[in-house]
Ligand binder design. Structure first.
Ligand code: MN
Length: 646
């Protein structure tokens, strides 16, 4: 079948749907097919082909996302209200409320015509997004609709081509990305690039055509080696080369100032296995075969991304120095990764939803350190996080900026540019002056007024949402923050009644007498800090934090090897973290802890004004030093201090 496609026969479409959804409402889909075919029968596409091929191709694209029956019906019917005499009421009567609701949403989008470039930018995009926020399935049909229109764009006038391509690149491809549909995103971008950057596109295409043979040969070779070794380990896996999209190559070339060969020579391979343990077995096999590149391994299996994405990522150096990017995941994870948000409702009432509920339940239990009302809020926000609920607002020029729900103009300013954030003084939403702590809504047009002498205020920390703006503001307020930080640490020490003597007792050195050691006053190290120690003139040893500014003045030759002693009973380590109370932080810490085979024995907490101190009792595997974990936890944003307690 050509990319532009043809009218997919009804039985072929039904067969595709039956393939993934045995419970599909086939009767309703057949009716929608016949109805749309009848209604559009007089119309032709710009290509001269029957109009009906468009809705049916859109429906076909949605079967690739395993869309549900209502979505397929809406795809088939998406243009009938707009282009024929049928009313929404008639659709409701014949196909029910659910389908009619989706068609209505789609009709609203279609009814917006972008008269000129100026009209197009802000206000109309706002309408588009407003019309689609109610049911995400409307957006999925719209994306498929746009994808098919992009595939057939060559039949439009050059001006239209450019306008539609830019809109696709700026609005629809990012939405496909947000919804986690990589195939839609990749193709939308490539088709847009062809019209926006025709020369660059051609050059890239020529380059790829020239090198394709060699690259495919190398890829096949790697796939064979990996497959053979996996089957020797009894891992039944699918191994294949991942498609590289033109625009993603182009973007990487620009971003990393690399030439075509450097980017294109990377070979991307995906391994799909049956079970989670097999993911790790496969990883072991790959790391055994090829040398892993340091710092490139990411475990999104034990710590999924906020949208639920799971996969192991690694890069290895293969034969002839070729770099292989390898993704390893189970079949379930693959479904989620490829279908994105679509997978969430597909598994409604089935296994995945149960798992999801379990996850929520588990977190609920862990949240008993908060009042019930708060816990409920947290769960709500967590759900939203998992579905990556974001708002999309616009710059006055119409550039979409996505932010988490609850963001303010200050978050927006930092998202646009650090300097805009650092100097923002006033803000307008939809042309009206509003306070900086106003909550942004999807579709808002946000204008930030900057002034050179404006600077961040401590107040901002109370209402901003994103961790990006939080860290930038804190950095700008450096002095006060450090002060805060120390105060928090001090109070922790007081709480814990951990005297200096007790701390010294926890330091391992080759110094014979503990009494000859002291903790330096300048940086006040606490258990878990990175530390260094030096002999002083009087023969004693002073322990400093590794980043203490004073140690540069000390003689390297007087350095003493020191480290914190682990005082665990039966392998249980207690780690206490002082955290700023924000939504999601506990699950981040738990996510961190759940890596490396650590099990959580208990969690206790106390509230100190706006901060919470949480003590985790953990059982660590043999090879893991608690200090390593302390450092990792400390790196989580809003974690103020971490220490090992016993
Ligand atoms: Mn359409």
């Amino acid at each position: 079948m050509s990319k532009e496609g043809s009218v997919i026969p009804k039985n072929e479409l039904i067969e595709a749907i039956n393939g993934y959804n045995p419970n599909a409402d086939i009767k309703l889909i057949e009716e929608a097919y016949d109805f749309a075919s009848e209604m559009h029968k007089e119309q032709k596409r710009a290509s001269g082909e029957p109009y009906f091929l468009h809705p049916v191709q859109v429906a076909g694209l949605l079967t690739q996302l395993n869309a549900d029956s209502a979505t397929i019906c809406a795809a088939l019917l998406h243009d009938v209200v707009e282009d024929t005499n049928v009313s929404i009421e008639e659709i409701k009567e014949q196909f029910g409320e659910e389908v009619a609701g989706l068609v209505e949403g789609l009709t609203k989008i279609e009814s917006i015509h972008f008269e000129s470039r100026d009209d197009y930018t802000a206000e109309n995009l706002r309408k588009v997004l407003f019309a689609t926020t109610k049911d995400i399935r409307v957006m999925l049909v719209k994306l498929a609709d746009r994808l098919h229109n992009m595939r057939t764009l060559k039949f439009k006038s050059p001006e239209k081509q450019k306008l539609i391509a830019e809109e696709t690149m700026n609005i629809y491809a990012p939405i496909a990305h947000k919804l986690g549909i990589p195939t839609f995103k990749g193709e939308l971008e490539d088709l847009s690039m062809k019209f926006i950057l025709p020369k660059e596109y051609e050059a890239l295409k020529n380059n790829i055509d020239t090198k394709r043979g060699a690259r495919e040969h190398a890829t096949t070779e790697f796939i064979d080696i990996i497959k053979t070794n996996l089957s020797q380990h009894n891992v039944d896996a699918e191994v294949y080369g991942r498609a590289k999209y033109f625009y993603s190559i182009y973007r990487k070339m620009k971003r990393d100032s690399k030439d075509f060969n450097e980017i294109y020579d990377l070979i991307a391979i995906r391994i799909i296995v049956k079970t989670i343990p097999e993911c790790y077995t496969a990883l072991g096999v790959v790391h055994d075969l090829f040398k892993p590149m340091p710092g490139r391994f990411k475990d999104y299996v034990s710590v999924p991304k906020a949208n639920g994405y799971q996969s192991l990522h690694t890069s290895v150096v293969g034969n002839h120095g070729k770099v292989l990017e390898v993704q390893i995941r189970s079949e379930d994870m693959e479904h989620l990764a490829e279908e994105g948000v679509a997978a969430h409702w597909r598994y409604h009432n089935v296994e995945r939803d149960k798992k999801f509920d379990k996850k929520i339940e588990w977190l609920k239990q862990l949240l008993q350190w908060k009042s019930d009302a708060n816990a409920k809020d947290f769960i709500e926000t967590l759900k939203i996080d998992l579905f990556e609920k974001e708002i999309v607002v616009f710059t006055p020029k119409g550039t979409p900026i996505s932010l988490p729900e609850g963001s303010t103009p200050v978050d927006f300013a930092f998202e646009v540019h650090t300097n805009v954030g650092l100097h923002c003084s006033k803000t307008e939403i939809n042309g009206k002056m509003v306070p900086l702590d106003t909550l942004l809504q999807s579709g808002d047009i946000v204008n930030v007024v900057t002034q050179n002498n404006a600077s961040p205020s401590r107040q901002w920390l109370k209402f901003i949402k994103t961790s990006k703006s939080r860290s930038k503001i804190r950095k700008a307020l450096n002095i006060e923050y450090d002060h805060d930080h120390k105060a928090a640490r001090k109070s922790e020490l007081d709480d814990n009644e951990m005297s200096e003597a007790a701390l010294l007792d926890l330091i391992k050195t080759d110094v014979k007498k503990k009494s000859q050691m002291k903790l330096s006053k300048c940086c006040g190290p606490v258990h878990g800090d990175d530390i260094v120690a030096f002999y002083t003139k009087d023969g004693k040893v002073t322990v400093h934090k590794a980043d203490c500014p004073n140690i540069h003045a000390l003689d390297e030759n007087k350095k003493v090897e020191v480290s914190w002693r682990l005082k665990g009973d039966e392998g249980i380590v207690k780690i206490r973290a002082m955290i700023d109370d924000r939504v999601g932080i506990l699950s981040e810490i738990l996510g961190m802890i759940s890596q490396d085979g650590i099990s959580v024995c208990s969690i206790n907490s106390n509230t100190h004004k706006e901060r919470v101190s949480v003590t985790f009792a953990l059982r660590l595997p043999e090879n893991l030093e608690p200090e390593q974990l302390v450092i990792k936890i400390r790196n989580i944003s809003d974690v103020v201090a971490v220490e090992i307690v016993n």
